[in-house]
Design a protein around this ligand. Structure first.
Ligand code: F6P
Length: 522
C-alpha cells in the first residue's frame, strides 16, 4: 500500500494549530522559563543522548497539537511502511531501506518476496575482510608494497556521507591516509593526485549509477595517471568499485571480485551504511564502522517504537514545521560544538534539501504551503566570530540545533570547559537576550547619560530566539551513527507531514541535461 495522501493544512490539527499560533505567537521564552520544571518537561533523554527543546516558543499545548498533526497525517503508518520495505519512493518505484542496512534483528525485509538481509550481511562480511586486508598491509599494490593512501572518488551521496564520517571520526583513524575527489573541476583531482604514489594508493570508485559525469571523469583521469607508471593488469590491485551498474564497472576494467554491491532501495544520500561506506571502514576499521551502524540502529528502534511525545526525530521535525509553517522561518542552523563535525552541515544540506526541497505534493499538485527548510551552519566556537551576529541581532528568525558533547576526546579539560560554556552561553543569549535595563546598568559607570542612551538600542538583545540542545556524552562511532540517523528520520517525518516524496531528486536533472547538451554542441 502506498503512502497516504493527506494535505496537512486540511487536517483538524492544522486548524487547531493555526488558532493556537494566533494566541501564542508573541510568547516569550523568558516568560515560559518562569516555570521551573520547564527544562525537565521539554527534554528527552535517550541513553547517552539528551535533547533539551525547552528554549523554543512552545507550550505544552503546542506540543500536544503538533503531535495531533503527526497523528492526523498517520505518521505511524508511514514509519511502518518505510521499515517494512513498501514502495514508498513511488516516483522511482522503489522501497527505501537504509534502515535494513543497520538492522541486526531477525525480522526479514522482503523485496519482491525475497529477504534482502542475507545480501546485506554478505556485503558487510566482504567489507570487513577487504578492510582488514588493506589495513593490515596484506593487500599489496602492483610493486608488492602495502597500501598507504585511499582515495574515494564519488559525488553527492557517494562522497558527502563517507567524507563527513571519516572527518568526524578522525580520532579513531588508523595509519591510512584518506582522500576524497568529487568535483569535476580538474584542479580538485590534480591537487589530490599530486601527493600520491600510484604504487601504494587504492582508489574506491563510488557511484550507484556509474554514469555520473563528475565521478567517471575523475576516475578516467586517475586511471590515465595510474597507467603512466603501471599497466592495465595492475588495475585490480588498485581500483575497486561500489555500484549497481556491473556492466559499466566491468568496462572500466575493474575486476568483478572487487565490486561491492549497491541496491536501488538505498538512496544516494542515505547510503553511507552500505558499501558506500567502504572508505569509512578502511579509515577507522570495520569494528568502528559496525559501531556506527549499531548507533543508527538504536535510533531506528527509538523512532519506530517510541510515542511521538518522547520521540526525538519526531519532536525535532514537528518543531521545525512549527517555525517553518507558522512563524515563516526559512532557514535552520546546525551548529556542532566539535571541530570534528565541521562537515556535518554540508552533509545535512544534501540530505535535507535534496529530500524535502519539493513543490509538488503526493497527488502531483503544486503545494500552497512551505516545505523543505534551508539548512546551513558551521562549528562553534568559530561561527561565533563569523555569522552569529545576525542570528542574535538580525531581523530573521533562525531556529538552531546546538550539538555538543559532555566529554572531549583528548581530555584537555580547560578547553572543553570553555567550549561548553560557549555552547550554553550562546543558547542562553539567544533565548533570554539582554534588556534595555540590563544594558543601562552595565553602562552606568562607563560614560555620561546621553552617550549611554545613544548606545543603548545597539546593545540590546531581543532574545526569544529558539534553539535545541542536542547533547551526547561523547563523540564515538556509535553516537555519531545515532546523530545521523536522528536527522534521517527527521527528514522523513517532515516529508510525510508536508505530503511530499522525500526520496526522489528530479530537481537535479535539468541542469545536468543542459550541461550535457552544451558539451555536445562544443
Ligand atoms: O545529485 C544527484 C545525485 O543523484 C545524488 O542523489 C547522488 O547522491 C549523486 O547524484 C551521485 O550519484 P551516483 O552515486 O549515481 O554517482
Amino acid at each position: 500500500m502506498a503512502l497516504k495522501n493527506i494535505n496537512p493544512t486540511k487536517t483538524a490539527a492544522w486548524s487547531a494549530l493555526t488558532n493556537h499560533f494566533n494566541n501564542v505567537q508573541n510568547i516569550n521564552i523568558k516568560d515560559l522559563y518562569k516555570d521551573t520544571d520547564r527544562q525537565k518537561d521539554f527534554s528527552i533523554q535517550f541513553d547517552d543522548l539528551l535533547v533539551d527543546f525547552s528554549k523554543n516558543r512552545i507550550t505544552k499545548e503546542t506540543i500536544n497539537l503538533l503531535v495531533d498533526l503527526a497523528k492526523d497525517i498517520d505518521l505511524k503508518d508511514a514509519i511502518e511502511k518505510q521499515f517494512t520495505g513498501e514502495t514508498i519512493n513511488v516516483t522511482e518505484g522503489r522501497a527505501v531501506l537504509h534502515t535494513a542496512l543497520r538492522s541486526t534483528s531477525e525480522e526479514p525485509v522482503l523485496i519482491d518476496g525475497k529477504d534482502i538481509k542475507p545480501k546485506i550481511q554478505s556485503t558487510l562480511r566482504k567489507i570487513r575482510s577487504f578492510s582488514n586486508k588493506v589495513i593490515s598491509g596484506k593487500w599489496k599494490g602492483y610493486t608488492g608494497k602495502s597500501i598507504t593512501d585511499v582515495v574515494n572518488i564519488g559525488i553527492g551521496g557517494s562522497d558527502l556521507g563517507p567524507d563527513m564520517v571519516v572527518e568526524s571520526l578522525q580520532f579513531y583513524k588508523n595509519q591510512l591516509n584518506t582522500h576524497f575527489v568529487s568535483n569535476v573541476d580538474g584542479d580538485h583531482v590534480s591537487e589530490v593526485i599530486k601527493k600520491l604514489d600510484p604504487e601504494t594508493t587504492l582508489f574506491v570508485i563510488v557511484s550507484k549509477t556509474f554514469t555520473t559525469q563528475e565521478t567517471i571523469s575523475n576516475a578516467e583521469t586517475i586511471k590515465n595517471w595510474f597507467l603512466k607508471s603501471a599497466t592495465i593488469f595492475d588495475i585490480p590491485k588498485h581500483f575497486v568499485a561500489v555500484s549497481t551498474n556491473l556492466e559499466a564497472v566491468d568496462s572500466f576494467g575493474i575486476d568483478k571480485k572487487n565490486v561491492f554491491p549497491m541496491w536501488n532501495w538505498v538512496g544516494g544520500r542515505f547510503s553511507l551504511w552500505s558499501a558506500v561506506g567502504l572508505s569509512i571502514s578502511l579509515s577507522v576499521g570495520f569494528d568502528n564502522y559496525k559501531a556506527l551502524l549499531e548507533g543508527a540502529e538504536e535510533m531506528d528502534i527509538h523512532f519506530r517504537n517510541e510515542n511521538f511525545e518522547n520521540n526525538i526525530p519526531v519532536i525535532l521535525a514537528l518543531l521545525s514545521v512549527w517555525y517553518n509553517n507558522f512563524y515563516n522561518a526559512e532557514t535552520e542552523a546546525v551548529l556542532p560544538y566539535s571541530q570534528y563535525l565541521k562537515k556535518l552541515p554540508d552533509y545535512l544540506q544534501q540530505a535535507i534539501m535534496e529530500s524535502n526541497g519539493k513543490g509538488v505534493d503526493r497527488n502531483g499538485d503544486k503545494i500552497e504551503y512551505q516545505t523543505g527548510t534551508i539548512v546551513w551552519g558551521s562549528t562553534g566556537t568559530n561561527m561565533q566570530h563569523a555569522f552569529m551576529q545576525l542570528v542574535h541581532q538580525g531581523t530573521k528568525l533562525i531556529p538552531a540545533d546546538f550539538i555538543g558533547y559532555k566529554e572531549s576526546l583528548y581530555g584537555l579539560e580547560d578547553h572543553h570547559k570553555k567550549l561548553m560554556a560557549n555552547y550554553y552561553g550562546q543558547m542562553d543569549a539567544l533565548a533570554f537576550g539582554k534588556t534595555k535595563e540590563e544594558v543601562h546598568l552595565e553602562l552606568k559607570f562607563s560614560g555620561d547619560e546621553d552617550k549611554i542612551n545613544q548606545l543603548l538600542p545597539f546593545k540590546v538583545f531581543e532574545g526569544n530566539r529558539p534553539s535545541n540542545a542536542i547533547l551526547f556524552d561523547k563523540l564515538t562511532p556509535k553516537s555519531l551513527g545515532k546523530l545521523i540517523a536522528l536527522y534521517e528520520h527527521k527528514i522523513y517525518t517532515q516529508g510525510i507531514l508536508w505530503n511530499i516524496y522525500s526520496y526522489d531528486q528530479f530537481g537535479v536533472e535539468l541542469g545536468k541535461e543542459l550541461a550535457n547538451k552544451l558539451l555536445k554542441n562544443q
